[in-house]
Structures are given as C-alpha cells and as structure tokens.
Design a protein around this ligand. Structure first.
Ligand code: UDP
Ligand code: LCN
Length: 810
C-alpha cells in the first residue's frame, strides 16, 4: 500500500492517499530519518521522534510545512518506532483502537506497510535478536479463535458494548430460523434452587408461550393495577406461568407485554428492558484475592487502596439493587454476595485473619477469606500483589468452599485486578457461570516498556505472569467493566490500558499478535461513585462529623513530630493544597512535593498537606514505598520545606478522611492528584463530593472525570512547572475574585451528581450480568473454542511461569 515515486523535483508517497512532497521537504524528512538511525538500535516514543524532528528541521516554518499534511499526520500519529538501522518501523495510531505499521528505510526513504508480526519482530530485534529471528517463536493470536463475534467499528462506540449486544441479539433472534426459541429455552431454565420461575414445561414453544401471554395479558388488564401477584397466581399457574413476572398486576402486565412484543419482533431497547427485569440474578461471587482486604484499618497499607473501597461500596449498591429487583419480580428470595479474598494469619492487627465477616451496611453480603497455600502449608504473611501468582490455582480450587456457603452455584462471578480476574476465570469456566472482570488498573501501562523489558523487570514484578493472567482473563470474560473510556482505548494521544494488550511482545517468551480487541462488544464503561453518606459537601454543616474536630486539629496543626505526622504549618491562615494516596511511585506524591518546593509563588500562597505511607522506611516492607519514603525526606531537606509542609502517615478511617477533605475545603484549599498515571482515581471523586476544587492528572481516568476549567482542572504530571503554576494561578484568582473558589466547588459537585453515583453503576452492572448471560448461551460454540485455546495457554504457559520457588514461613 505504501510506495514511493521520485519524479523530477517531486516525491510521491502513497500511504492510503498520495502524499506529494517537494524535494526540499523530502530532504528534511530524509535528514530526520537518518538522525533516527544514527544512534543505532533503540525504541523511540512519540515525544522522542518529535524531539528529533525538531532538531533536524530547526526552522519552525519549514517544520510546520513538513508536518502539515498527511506525512506530518502519520508522524504525529506514530506512537512508537523500532529503530533497527537502516530501518525505522513505525507503529501508527491514527485513532483510538486503530493501528497500522510501516517500515521506512532511512537510506532511501522507501516505505513498506508491514503487519503486526513484522512490527513486533523489529521491536524484538532491539531486545533479543536471536528470538526475533526464530521462525517458531510462540505467537499468541486470540483473534484467530474469534470467528463469530461481531465487532464495533467506530472508536467512539468503544465501551458501549451492552447496547450493541442488544442490537446483535435482536437481529440474531429475527434472522434465526427458530426465531425466538432461544429466549423461550432461556426462560425455561430460570429457577431458584430448583423451583421454576417465569414458565414451566407446558409453555416450551414460542407458539404456546405467545398464546398463553395473550390470554394472561387480557385477563390481567381487568384487575386493579396494584393487585398483588398472589391473588391471581393460581389462575396463572394453570396456564403454565410461574413466579417472577412481577409483584403487582401492573408490573406483571408490563413484563408480559414486553415479552410478547419481543417474541413477535425483537428490538434492542425492549430486549434490554426485558433483561433488566428477568429473575436471573440472586447470587454473586466477587474475587479480590490479594490483601489486605478488610473493612477497618486496612486502607493505606501497601496494595490496599481504591480497589477495596470500590468493592465494598459496589457490594452495598448491588445488594440494594438486587433487593429492589427481587421485590419487583414478586419473589421473596434472599440474595447473597460473597467477596472472596485471602486469609492472612499474621494480620497485623486487621481482621484479615477472620474467615467470614458480614459486610457492614448490608443484609446478606459477606467476606469469605481463604488462605494461600503451597504443598507445605498455609502462607502466613502478606505478600505483594506482584508476587501472588504461584498461589492462585490452589486458591481457585479452595474457593469452591463458597458453594458450601451459598448452597448453590453463583449466577455471576466478578473478578478484580489481575489475580482476581484469573481466579474468576478458572472458577467461571469450571462452573459454566457468566463472568465479568474489572481491572482497576492494568499494570502494563504503568511501567514503560514493561513487556519488551520483562526479563529485566521480572525478578521484581513478575510481569510475565501478570500479563499472561490478564490475557487469559480478558479473553475468558463474558463482559469487562471499566471505569472510563480511556481505560479501554485511551485518548487521541495515548493508547488505553486494554489497548496496550492488543499487540505486544515479551521477547524470549511470546509474541502476542492479537491479545484483545478493543472493538469487542464485551467492553462496558460503568464508573464507580463515592459513598455519599460519607463524602458529602463541606457546606452540609448539620451533618458534619464534629466528633473528629479535635483529632483533625491535632493531625493538621500539632507542632510536634510523632508517628502520625511530621512537619508543621507556620502560617495557619493560608489555604492548604491536599493530596492523599498509597505511597507508590506512580502516585507521584514526591513529584508534587518537588513542584511545590520549586515554585516560590505557590509556596507563598498555600501550604502543602500530604497523607501517604510511613515516615520510617524500616516500617515498610513494600519496595516502592521504601524508595518513596527516602525520596520524600530528601526533598523536604533539599527545598527546606519545614514550616510549609505537613506529612501525615497513611490514614485508615474513611469517615475521618472525609472530614479531613471538608476541613481542607473550610480552608478554601484544593485537592491535587498528581499521579504519573491514574486508572480512575477515587480520591478525585471523594474530594469533589466534599466540595473541594480539584486538580488532577491528565494522564488517565481523572481526565474524563473532570472537564478542565469547568468542573476542576487537569494538570500534566510530566510538566511540574506548568502544573504548579496552574495551581498558583487558581489561588491568585481566588484572591482577586471572591466567588471563584465557590464556583469551582459547585461545578465539581454538579459533575459528580450527573455522572458518578453507585446507583447508576449497580443498575448497569446487573443488566450486564443478565444480557451477557443470555449472549453467552447464544454463542456457545464460539465461547467453547476460545475457552479451549485459553485453557491451553494457561496450562502450557501460565503454569510454567508461576513455578518459581515460593517462600513459606509457617
Ligand atoms: N486512602 C485512604 N488512606 C490513605 C490513602 C488512600 O483511606 O492513606 C483511600 C482513599 O480515600 C481512596 C482509596 O484509598 O478511597 C484510594 O483510591 P484511588 O482510586 O485514589 O487509588 P488506588 O489506591 O486505588 O490506586
Ligand atoms: C485502582 C486504581 O489505581 C485507581 O485508579 C482506581 O480508582 C481504584 O483502583 C478503584 O477502581
């Protein structure tokens, strides 16, 4: 597709369209390409390519002429280039989810289109030449076993899977020869502990069901709307109907009417509404193996952050929605939700050594803890999330215990994070249950070139296991829940977390030519919320938790350093900028400290208030945290921050934390989330719920939560000066415009109420469980083919990777 033609003074490049370059521009590009290859083999990212281009075409006008037009567009859409002199292989991403690969010869500027394998081989040449040349190197191609799944086509449709599934389902039902028979079979299968729901065997064909619905609908239309189902149950059962249609005459009638219409001519909107009312979901299992997972005193511990908050709030919201739906279906079933996590015998004062714990503010939901085991016994201590992989298979087997507690099979299994998703996949495949996955954060994009450099990083992070587990889970899942669009397909400039698994290579291990397709309709966006009973606006004076006032006063202003806080604020009248996070490198709390240290204007305007980790590196057993603690101390010294910074150790009480956010709002301060990358960012919505104007990273989820300049502000974590000046500008503006702070506080709150609540989330998730449950039945063969491929990958690859010797101190 790409050819090159020189004719007199003009160069014609053909790449989808013909690009015409005058010889001068051609020479510029030629010169730049030569610069790319001058330094030998290497991987170049977009910013490096652009940097080199700037150096080779110094004249700004000339540069913009060269960049203007299609060639410039291709270059600026290039995400990465594998330089193997004399070639420069480009990975071009014109739009989210769309990739093309071209190979440019820097000597004569000839250009060839290459396929994904060709591109990955170029990349491998940089890291492991022998492997790149191995004709039998292992290639993973999940796309090859995806032969019947329809895919979305537009980048803007990505993440809207459920809508498309309803469309695909209705057109399948219309076009299939036995019409709506699969729906009738599905209905026949619905039961609760063996008791039929909706219909029984006497209505086993479309015709019989249609006829019965006509009679029933007519008879019910004569009844008062609020007549309880029990009053006409007997008559209905004679016609072959069972419980589940509704609790009142009106609801039964609505469900029957929708069903009748769907049987006659299915349309996507009605199908979706029908599936949201069917009694097919009572028992849910949620996996989140790595600890600490608990309800008290765990937040802020290494690896224990938003995921735990998310799951506990999710369970509360799901239970509430389940109870509502069950009531509306006219049933008296008790729903059950079990969160399965790791039991840690040496629980460090937390309750993570308890086997079963009821979940606070729920009626029927529990945490069930199962220990990690090896053949030698139980693992007593916490281990980092990066080191859990060898324990997962046994953990999945032991999780069968949940069946004893539930006394039945679950209707839905949801995994969380790489470890939970793998275990969920194993259990769902074994039981034949619908599976949803949630990543929270896929680690791959958090560490540059973590795939290509896996060998170097594996001793510390075991990315080979994690990425393999991720691929297995993504492909096994019936649906994938994400918090934002960017999580799937990034933005115009940056690929998404899932998108980074479309094609990648781990030289020496495997070349993934098709890991996942972001146009797969299994992807759905359902953003979480923050518990609004806890995180409410600072203005709701009557609800403020005044009992924490003294503790918070001491936490913020006591001048003595102790184990809870160090540093002090000499000028209490200044507003505070506040940040709170686990002390991981990616959270960039030390970055924020450095920006603050360097920016005199900002230091004059505000104090810095941080909640993160410990102060003593000896107290931590987390590698990254230890490095961050040391860095923080050195920054405080380097910039002489004493008197302007307060560093508080990790906090575990969310009620007190919420009051802390509100106290910062009382100071007319702001929340700053400076992460190098943030998958979603619960602290961002907690702060906004409390009415704090918020500055958050433009790398990741917060870029979608906040509309820059409208409901908060974006900051660029890679440009500290710009970011700290943006914060300083805000506070300067607040000094001159008395209403500005309030305006930003209110617009932040408005954004939350419109888009980020748990109620919206719970409805969506239950609908997904229902619709994708039916979809998997309609696609049994396809599902099975993929499952066999996934199982093989698990057996031959994953098991081998997790066979490193594990420590066990019983
Ligand atoms: N958190 C906390 N104490 C701390 C640090 C964080 O309670 O010392 C809470 C915070 O309020 C939020 C969660 O942990 O609810 C962090 O979630 P987020 O999505 O911001 O980041 P994650 O830790 O999941 O990467
Ligand atoms: C993990 C993260 O890193 C955060 O960005 C999310 O907000 C959190 O999980 C909850 O999903």
């Amino acid at each position: 597709l790409v050819t090159i033609l020189y004719k007199e003074n003009i160069v014609y490049l053909h790449f989808q369209h013909t690009i015409t370059l005058n010889i001068q521009h051609f020479n510029h590009i030629h010169f730049a390409a030569k610069r790319f290859v001058e330094q030998g083999k290497r991987l170049m990212k977009r910013q490096h390519l652009m940097g080199e281009l700037e150096k080779s075409i110094e004249d700004k006008n000339e540069r913009s002429k060269v960049l203007d037009g299609l060639l410039g567009y291709i270059l600026s859409s290039t995400q990465e280039a594998a330089v193997v002199p004399p070639y420069v292989a480009l990975a071009v991403r014109p739009n989210p989810g769309y990739w093309e690969f071209v190979n440019v010869n820097a000597e004569d500027l000839s250009v060839d289109e290459i396929n994904v394998t060709g591109y990955l081989k170029f990349k491998e040449m940089i890291f492991d030449e022998n492997w790149a040349k191995d004709e039998n190197a292992l290639e993973i191609d999940f796309g090859a076993v995806d032969y019947t799944t329809p895919h979305l086509t537009l980048s803007s449709s990505i993440g809207n899977g459920m809508n498309y599934i309803s469309k695909f389902m209705s057109s399948r039902l219309i076009s299939s020869s036995d019409k709506a028979k699969p729906l009738v079979d599905y209905l026949l299968d619905l039961n609760h502990r063996g008791e039929n729901l909706m219909i029984n065997e006497s209505l086993s064909t479309v015709e019989k069901l249609q006829a019965a619905l006509i009679v029933a609908e007519a008879s019910i239309s004569e009844l008062p709307k609020d007549t309880p189902y029990q009053e006409f149950q007997h008559r209905f059962s004679e016609w072959g109907f069972e419980k589940g249609w509704g609790n009142t005459a009106q609801r039964v009638r609505e469900t029957m009417r929708t069903f009748s219409e769907v049987l006659q001519a299915p349309d996507p909107v009605q199908l979706e509404s029908l599936f949201s009312s069917l009694p097919n979901m009572f028992n849910i299992v949620i996996f989140s193996p790595h600890g600490y997972f608990g309800q008290e005193d765990v937040l802020g511990l290494p690896d224990t952050g938003g995921q735990v908050v998310y799951i506990l709030d999710q369970v509360r919201a799901l239970e509430e929605e389940l109870l509502l739906r069950i009531k509306q279906q006219g049933l008296s079933v008790k729903p059950q939700i079990f969160v399965i996590t790791r039991l840690i015998p040496e629980a460090q004062g937390t309750k993570c050594n308890l086997e079963v714990e009821p979940i606070v503010d729920t009626k029927h939901s529990h945490i069930l803890r199962i220990p990690f085991r090896t053949e030698k016994g139980i693992l007593p201590k916490w281990v980092s999330r990066f080191d859990v992989y060898p324990y997962l298979e046994r953990f999945a087997q032991a999780s069968a215990k949940v069946l004893e507690h539930m006394e039945c099979k679950p209707d839905l299994i949801i995994g969380n994070y790489s470890d939970g998703n793998l275990v969920a996949s194993l259990m769902a495949a074994k039981l034949g249950v619908t599976q949803g996955t949630i990543a929270h954060a896929l680690e791959k994009t958090n560490y540059e070139d973590s795939d290509a450099k896996w060998k170097e990083l594996d001793p510390k992070y075991h990315f080979s296991c994690q990425f393999t587990a991720d691929l297995i889970a993504m492909n096994a899942a019936d649906f994938i829940i994400t918090s934002t669009y960017q999580e799937i397909a990034g933005s115009k400039e940056r690929p998404g977390q899932y998108e980074s698994h479309v094609a990648f290579t781990m030289p020496g291990l495997c070349r993934v030519v098709s890991g996942i397709n972001v146009f797969d309709p299994k992807f759905n966006i359902a953003a979480p919320g923050a518990d609004q009973a806890v995180y409410f606006p600072y203005t709701e004076k009557h609800s403020r938790l005044t009992k924490f006032q003294r503790e918070i006063e001491e936490l913020l202003y006591n001048k003595e350093d102790n184990s809870a806080h160090i540093g002090y604020l000499a000028d209490r009248t200044k507003p505070m900028i506040f940040s709170m996070a686990r002390f991981d490198t990616v959270k960039n709390i030390t970055g924020l400290t450095e920006w603050y240290g360097k920016n005199k204007r900002l230091r004059n305007l505000v104090n810095l208030m941080l909640v993160a980790g410990f102060f003593d590196p000896l107290k931590s057993n987390d590698r990254e945290e230890i490095a961050e603690i040391k860095k923080m101390h050195s920054l405080i010294d380097k910039y002489n921050l004493k008197g302007q910074i307060r560093w508080i150790a990790a906090q575990t009480d969310r009620y007190r934390n919420a009051e802390l956010y509100r106290c910062i709002a009382d100071s007319k301060g702001a929340f700053v989330q400076p992460a190098l990358y943030e998958a979603f960012g619960l602290t961002v919505i907690e702060a906004m719920n409390c009415g704090l104007p918020t500055f958050a990273t433009n790398k990741g989820g917060p870029a979608e939560i906040i509309v820059d300049g409208v409901s908060g502000f974006h900051i660029d974590p890679t440009n500290g000066d710009e970011s700290s000046n943006k914060i300083a500008d805000f506070f300067e503006k607040c000094n001159t415009d008395a209403g500005y702070w309030n305006k930003m506080s209110e617009t932040g709150l408005r954004r939350i109420y419109e888009c980020y609540t748990w109620k919206i989330y719970a409805k969506k998730l239950l609908n997904m469980g229902s619709i994708y449950g039916f979809w998997r039945q309609m696609n049994k063969e396809q599902k099975l083919a993929k499952q066999r491929y996934t199982e093989m990958f698990y057996n031959l690859q994953f098991r081998k990777l997790v066979s490193w010797p594990v420590q066990l101190l019983v």
